[in-house]
Design a binder for this molecule. Structure first.
Ligand code: ATP
Ligand code: MG
Length: 543
């Protein structure tokens, strides 16, 4: 029975399964370990691992580590952790560098077929001789070396006889090809650099266009999914698979990369932010990295949902960042425990209340199976300063002198008197509570419109809130994104919160009622919890 295709990639897969070209679908996710993964990679992960589970196939995690200069073991570990957090399981964990011997043999095969030659031109000369989109390139003077001479030189390149940059191995294809990638591309270069996996074993390294199709072929990848920039590289991909006489014939399919408004996803730029200490690190909650959005409190399920809903297209486009936030909010609205917090506390003293009691308050009105928590209530409370006004405008439904308001999950109170300090600021509200108005059992008959949050002044935690604006401020036309970085994109605030939040685990997420969604941060200490703002309560995405 044919599986319903949700996008053009799955249509291709269905066709290949129907024709018998493919028996088992095998994809791969091939990051270069030269930085941390970002939300764009999440899209690629969702596509590749989505196909694996949909078609009951396989998906490999392959580190594309053929360039020793920029790569590092730190990145390998972070990438594995991020993929697991997103909820994906790879079938095989592989390193392209493990195939260096095989790649070398494939290069020898090309030389023996007269399809590759050693060239003594410098990188600059090669680049100059490549021609343009309208003019053909010029052939290398070394192009017609004999097979024997090429083999001898290539072995000696490997054995370290030549200095870096003095010789390269090039494919011998067509300097007049309309596709510049086919104009005798370099496939090996001499480079003395220590590799994080193979150490000092090699002093020649393969180039991406040669290595990538061979990696896919060696692993038996059936559908090699990549972003649109590689469309022009497909002829060279197919050429290497064919001319190296690989047994498996993987097929490259390109899709449009994910772009998000006001979000820069280039690893180079993100690394610069980290190196220049513009942000706290790769996992700064304002970063579009996977570890950044995780620390920001975005649920993995929301990220997967986002990737699913934006779909897979063949044309580049930009997604509004408010769309991602809107999906995050939707997931948190469904899943996050509500707790009470006040950011701008005013003391409330209930003149007619003595002692304290435990109130049972529901955790989340959207929960299928209701859960509850106990919150202490006593004579002294805090409410948020924004919920009281000395001279309220008409239709103000919260607290002012002689007005009634409901304390969430507790009682209706009335403000009897307002005490000011020497500067004329409100110091304390003297209130009375209505004993018959207890939430869930209200027989008072009072009709009260406003419901506000509060914390028990005898039982709360003081915490730090880290509130965020986008890292990149409004587009001021600056070409260099570093000049768009908003220095005020993180603001610290203090809040009084229920113990339930103060005592939570790192990564626990809450709705601080009427304030926003927050996640407990790893900077928390036993003395003071720190919370990152995940998203606000209001949806600004324009559907
Ligand atoms: P960057 O340009 O940010 O450095 P990259 O493409 O060099 O990223 P790789 O490590 O080579 O990063 O990427 C691994 C996989 O993730 C590739 O298949 C690549 O096509 C895909 N990928 C990278 N960025 C995006 C994106 N913005 N949207 C979708 N897929 C992406
Ligand atoms: Mg890359």
């Amino acid at each position: 029975m044919e599986i319903k295709a949700n996008n053009f990639i799955e249509e291709i897969i269905n066709k290949d399964l129907a024709s018998g070209k493919t028996q088992e679908v095998i994809t791969r996710f091939p990051p270069e370990p030269n930085g941390y993964l970002h939300i764009g990679h999440a899209k690629s992960l969702c596509i590749n691992f989505g196909i694996k589970s949909k078609y009951n196939g396989k998906c490999n995690l392959r580190f594309d580590d053929t360039n020793p200069v920029k790569e590092d073991e730190e990145y390998v570990e972070s990438i594995k952790e991020d993929i697991k957090w997103l909820g994906f399981e790879w079938d095989n964990l592989l390193y392209a560098s493990d195939y260096f011997d095989k790649m070398f043999d494939y290069a020898v095969t090309l030389i023996k077929k007269g399809k590759a030659f050693v060239c003594d031109m410098t990188a600059e000369e090669i680049s100059k001789s490549r021609g343009t989109l309208t003019e053909p390139g010029t052939e290398s003077p070394w192009r017609n070396r004999s097979v024997e001479e090429n083999l001898d030189l290539f072995y000696r390149m490997r054995d370290g006889e030549f200095a870096d940059g003095t010789k390269v191995l090039r494919a011998k294809i067509d300097m007049a090809s309309p596709n510049i990638n086919m104009r005798d591309p370099v496939i090996y270069r001499v480079l003395r650099a220590r590799h994080h996996n193979t150490g000092d074993k090699w002093c020649i390294y393969p180039m991406y266009d040669f290595a990538h199709p061979l990696e896919d072929a060696i692993e038996g990848i059936t559908h090699s999914i990549c972003t649109l920039e590689f469309e022009d590289h497909r002829p060279i991909y197919d050429w290497f698979v064919r001319e190296c006489e690989c047994e498996n014939k993987p097929q490259q399919i390109e899709f449009a990369r994910l772009n998000i408004t006001d979000t820069v996803m280039s690893k180079r730029f993100l690394k610069r932010l980290v190196d220049e200490k513009t942000v706290e690190g790769w996992d700064d909650p304002r970063m579009p990295t996977i570890c950044g959005i995780r620390r920001r409190g975005y649920p993995a399920s929301a990220v997967r949902d986002f990737c699913e809903r934006i779909g897979v297209a063949k044309a580049n486009s930009e997604v509004e960042h408010t769309y991602l936030e809107s999906i995050v909010r939707e997931h948190l609205n469904r899943d996050a425990t509500r707790v009470m917090a006040v950011t701008n506390p005013i003391k409330v003293v209930l003149s007619n209340y003595e002692g304290s009691e435990l109130l049972t308050i529901e955790n989340n009105p959207n929960e299928q199976e209701k859960t509850y928590r106990q919150v202490t209530f006593s004579k002294e409370l805090y409410i948020d300063g924004s919920d009281f006004m000395v001279s309220p405008p008409p239709k103000y439904h919260r607290l002012y002198k002689d007005a009634y308001v409901r304390l969430k999950g507790a009682y209706i109170i009335k403000c009897d008197d307002v005490l000011f300090d020497e500067n004329g600021n409100v110091k304390e509200l003297v209130c009375s509570y209505v004993p018959t108005s207890k939430s869930g059992n209200d027989t008072s008959g009072l009709k009260v419109k406003g419901v506000i949050q509060w914390v028990d002044a005898n039982n709360f935690d003081t915490v730090t809130l880290r509130r965020f604006k986008p890292l990149l401020g409004i587009n001021n036309g600056e070409a260099d994104y570093i000049n768009r970085v908003d220095k005020d994109s993180m603001r610290l605030e203090e809040a009084f919160v229920e113990k339930a939040a103060g005592q939570a685990q790192v990564e626990d997420k809450f709705q601080f009622m009427r304030i926003g969604y927050f996640v407990k941060d790893k900077l928390s200490t036993t003395e003071r919890a720190v919370f990152n703002e995940i998203v606000g309560l209001k949806d600004s995405f324009n559907k």
